[in-house]
Design a protein around this ligand. Structure first.
Ligand code: GAP
Length: 478
C-alpha cells in the first residue's frame, strides 16, 4: 500500500485537541503559489496534466533549500551517513524481488454509470477498512458503497499496480519493459555493497538519497500533496538485527525535530503508528510523522523498520553475498534496515503552509511567509528609495552584487517602498536593504527585518557581514 489516506485514524497522540491548520483554505496557498511563482500546473497552456506540478522561480529555490537542509542534517552533519544518486531506471527484476510488482497496489473501484475510478479506501464509509476487507470482492455490495458523484453502482475492488512502465531501447516489446522507480530506496539497497566497501563504513551506518519517484496514483490531489511525479528524500540505516528497534525509536524524535527546527509548529505535528493490517509489504513496523494540513492530519514522512526484507530478498534473487561481517564479534549477518522516507514536495508544501500568516498592520492586512531564513527563496532584497536617482540605483547594484556571491539577493524597483516591502514579506524574504538619499552622504543603508519590521542603519561596507551573521545566527539557533 502507498502512503495512507486516512485523515483521522487514531494515533499515539490522537485525542489531543486539534490545533487546526495554519491556513484555513488550501486555495489561499494554491493562489499565492501561482501568483508569486512557487508552483504552476504542468503543461498549463495545453490544458494541464493531472497530478504533475512545476516549480516556478521561487518554488525551485524553496525546494532546493529544503533538500539542502535535509542533506545537511542527514549527511553533512553526520559521520555515519553517506550520500548516493542512483538511476531512476533499474533492472526490472529489482521490482519483482522487492515485492513491488506483486504488492505495490491500491484497491480500485469503478462506477458503472460514469466510469470514474476511485481508490476504495478513500470513499466515504470505507476509510477505515482493513487490508483484508479492502481485498474482499463483496465489500462494495455489503457496505452499499456508491459513486460519490452520481450514486452509480461501483464494481468490486481490483488491485491496481501503481508503477509506471516504459520501454528500454528502440523496440517496444514486453521483454524491454522497465519501471520508473516508485521509491528511491531500492537504488540504495542494490548499491549497499558498493557503498559499504568504497566508504569503509561499519554497521550501523546509513545511505541517503534525494531523487524523483513516480506513482500512477488512483486519486492524486490536494495540490502537491499527492502527485504522480514527485521527489523523495530517503535514508536507509543499516543495523544489527537486535538493535533495529532501538534505532527506530531514536530516529523518530530526530525526524520530528528536523521539521520543528525549520519552523513547523510542534502542535501541528504528531506520530501515528500503522496498524498491523495497514503495514506496507516490506515493513515490520511503521510510524508516520503527520502534519495538520488544511485537509486534515496526513502523512508527511514515514519511518519504517524493514527488517532484512530488502537485502535478504536481493541476496536470494541475485546469489550475491550482501551479508556484513562484524570484525569485533566475528558474526556474519544480513543487516536490518531502518528507513526514514520523506517527500521533498510534501516537506516544502508543509513549510509553505506553516509559514503563512496574515497580520493587521496600521489598518492593512500584511501577508507574511515566516520561513526559516535557511529555507527562504531569497535571503535579501535590495531596494532603492528613489529609483530616479542613478547614484542610489548604482549603490543598490553594488550592494546586491556583493551579497549575491554568498546568498540569493535580488534588486527590485518596480513599486513604491511600502509595496516592495509587502511583496518581499509575501514571499518570505528575511531582510530588505534600502538605499536612500542619506546613504549617499553617510554611506549607510537601512536593513528591515521581515518579522519584527524593525529597521537598523548599517554601514555599506559592513552590510555583507551583517546579513551573513544574521543568517548564521538563524542556522545555529535550535
Ligand atoms: N521507501 C518507502 C516509501 O516510499 P511511502 O510512505 O510510500 O514510503 C514516503 O512514501 C514519502 O514519500 C511519503 O511520506 C510522502 O512524503 C512521499 N510521497 C509518497 N507518495 C507521494 C505522492 N504520490 N506525492 C507526493 N509525495 C509522495
Amino acid at each position: 500500500m502507498t502512503d495512507h489516506p486516512t485523515a483521522t485514524t487514531p494515533g499515539p497522540e490522537a485525542g489531543a485537541a486539534d490545533p487546526g491548520p495554519s491556513v484555513a483554505q488550501l486555495d489561499t496557498i494554491v493562489s499565492l503559489s501561482k501568483r508569486r511563482g512557487f508552483v504552476f500546473p504542468s503543461s498549463e497552456i495545453y490544458g494541464g496534466i493531472n497530478a504533475v506540478w512545476d516549480y516556478g522561480p521561487l518554488g525551485v529555490e524553496l525546494k532546493n533549500n529544503v533538500k539542502r537542509a535535509w542533506w545537511r542534517a542527514m549527511v553533512q552533519d553526520r559521520d555515519d551517513i553517506v550520500g548516493l544518486d542512483a538511476g531512476i531506471l533499474m533492472a526490472p527484476q529489482v521490482w519483482v524481488t522487492s515485492g513491488h510488482v506483486a504488492s505495490f497496489s491500491d484497491p480500485l473501484v469503478e462506477c458503472g454509470t460514469c466510469h470514474r475510478r476511485y481508490r476504495l479506501d478513500e470513499l466515504p464509509g470505507a476509510e477505515n477498512l482493513t487490508q483484508t476487507e479492502l481485498r474482499d470482492p463483496t465489500i462494495v455490495e455489503r457496505l452499499n458503497l456508491r459513486c460519490p458523484i452520481d450514486q452509480g453502482r461501483l464494481s468490486a475492488p481490483r488491485r491496481f499496480n501503481l508503477m509506471f512502465k516504459t520501454h528500454m531501447g528502440p523496440v517496444e516489446e514486453d521483454a524491454n519493459e522497465v519501471y520508473l522507480r516508485p521509491e528511491t530506496a531500492q537504488g540504495i539497497y542494490v548499491n549497499f555493497r558498493n557503498v559499504r566497501e568504497s566508504s569503509r563504513k561499519k554497521v550501523p551506518f546509513g545511505i541517503a538519497q534525494i531523487g524523483k519517484a513516480f506513482r500512477n496514483e488512483i486519486s492524486p490531489g490536494n495540490f502537491v500533496f499527492r502527485m504522480r511525479e514527485f521527489e523523495q528524500m530517503e535514508m536507509q540505516y543499516f543495523v544489527k538485527p537486535e538493535d533495529a528497534a532501538a534505532h527506530f525509536e531514536a530516529w523518530m524524535p530526530r525526524r520530528r525535530a528536523w521539521y520543528e527546527r525549520y519552523g513547523v509548529d510542534p502542535e501541528r505535528l504528531r506520530f501515528r503508528e500503522h496498524r498491523p493490517d495497514e503495514l506496507a509489504h516490506y515493513a515490520k513496523k511503521a510510524v508516520d510523522v503527520e502534519y495538520r494540513f488544511p485537509f486534515g492530519w496526513k502523512e508527511l514522512e514515514g519511518i519504517h523498520n524493514r527488517g532484512d526484507w530488502d537485502l535478504g530478498r536481493h541476496q536470494e534473487a541475485t546469489g550475491e553475498n550482501l551479508e556484513y561481517f562484524d570484525q569485533a564479534t566475528g558474526e556474519h549477518f544480513v543487516p536490518w534496515i531502518v528507513e526514514t522516507s520523506a517527500g521533498a514536495d510534501r516537506a516544502a508544501f508543509t513549510f509553505l503552509i506553516d509559514a503563512y500568516r496574515e497580520e493587521e498592520v496600521r489598518g492593512e492586512t500584511r501577508v507574511v511567509l515566516g520561513f526559516h531564513p535557511d529555507l527562504a527563496p531569497y535571503k535579501v532584497a535590495v531596494l532603492p528609495l528613489l529609483k530616479k536617482r542613478p547614484e542610489i540605483v548604482e549603490l543598490c547594484h553594488r550592494i546586491r552584487d556583493d551579497l549575491k556571491r554568498d546568498v540569493m539577493a535580488v534588486y527590485d524597483d518596480t513599486a513604491s517602498i511600502g509595496k516592495l516591502y509587502r511583496r518581499q514579506d509575501e514571499i518570505g524574504t528575511p531582510y530588505c536593504v534600502t538605499v536612500d538619499v542619506d546613504s549617499l552622504e553617510d554611506r549607510a543603508v537601512t536593513v528591515r527585518d521581515r518579522d519584527s519590521m524593525e529597521q537598523v542603519r548599517v554601514p555599506v561596507e559592513g552590510i555583507r557581514r551583517y546579513i551573513l551573521d544574521r543568517l548564521e545566527e538563524a542556522r545555529s539557533a535550535g
